[in-house]
Design a binder for this molecule. Structure first.
Ligand code: BTN
Length: 245
């Protein structure tokens, strides 16, 4: 196993259901590498691609994900069939992951307010602290999910480009404290696992957790869908992961 200065890889393997860790000290994108290595990683799923420094992170759409050392950036590779979710429920994967990130952040920094912003972000006092990028790929006839998770933890946004500095924050910027990345990752992987199980077995419990902790619940929202603009009151999340407006 490669040595990691920031993560205790043996502990992650011992205390979570992850069976293989592909660790690199520095990497362009954990999700990019997960796609490249998918054929090898999938038989070892749940597999984790992890780095201490991601240099070319992918965001949703054409966005990039900016981060420096101290951020938590990883991609979890899962066999889609292992989730026991019908295809129309797959949007719940990102939501369950966001809910897991929120729960863990709230537990390590209880004095702060963390909320889920549908569909894929976690916010701290309304400012983005984490982003999730879920991709579905097929290799050798098998479907895989790659859940990319970025959380600003011990990195400060003070050195970030202007557009990001004004719209994002980190645990360090919020609290002035640093956090054990291994501890956080172990908590997160276990929480993601139980959230995904809940999505398949007890979706109402998951949906009420998300609705209760969603930034948009109870707000008037304006949604752009292609050419169309929809305005209305957000009352929560539907069983298929759609926003109820
Ligand atoms: C977004 O907010 O647009 C999603 C950001 C997702 C970032 C994570 S960081 C780990 C993983 N690897 C990537 O290249 N992207 C995701």
């Amino acid at each position: 196993m490669p040595h990691s200065p920031s993560f205790n890889l043996s502990r992650i393997l011992q205390e979570t259901s992850v069976r293989h860790i592909e660790y690199h000290e520095s990497l362009g994108s954990t999700s990019g590498l997960a796609v490249e290595l998918l054929q090898d990683l999938l038989p070892m799923a749940p597999a984790l691609v992890l780095t201490s420094q991601q240099t070319a992170g992918k965001g949703r759409g054409n966005h990039r994900w900016w981060s420096t050392t101290g951020a938590l950036t990883c991609s979890l590779v899962l066999e889609s069939a292992s989730l026991h979710l019908p295809p129309d429920r797959l949007p719940l994967v990102s939501l369950a992951t966001g809910a897991a990130v929120r729960t863990v952040l709230q537990s390590v920094a209880p004095g702060q307010l963390f909320q889920i912003k549908w569909p894929n972000d976690v916010m701290a006092h309304g400012i983005k602290i984490s982003g999730i990028l879920t991709e579905q790929h097929t290799t050798s006839g098998q479907s895989a999910l790659i859940i990319g998770i970025g959380i600003n933890v011990n990195n400060s946004l003070s050195g970030a480009p202007d557009d990001i500095r004004t719209t994002a924050t980190s645990l360090f910027d919020l609290t002035g404290q640093t956090f054990d990345l291994t501890e956080l990752l172990v908590l997160l992987l276990n929480e993601v696992e139980s959230g995904l199980r809940q999505a398949a077995e007890c979706e109402q419990a998951l949906l009420s957790d998300i609705t209760r902790n969603s930034l948009l619940t109870g707000m008037n929202v304006c949604i752009q869908s292609g050419e169309q603009q929809l305005q209305g009151y957000c009352s929560g999340i539907d069983v298929d992961g759609a926003l109820l407006v």
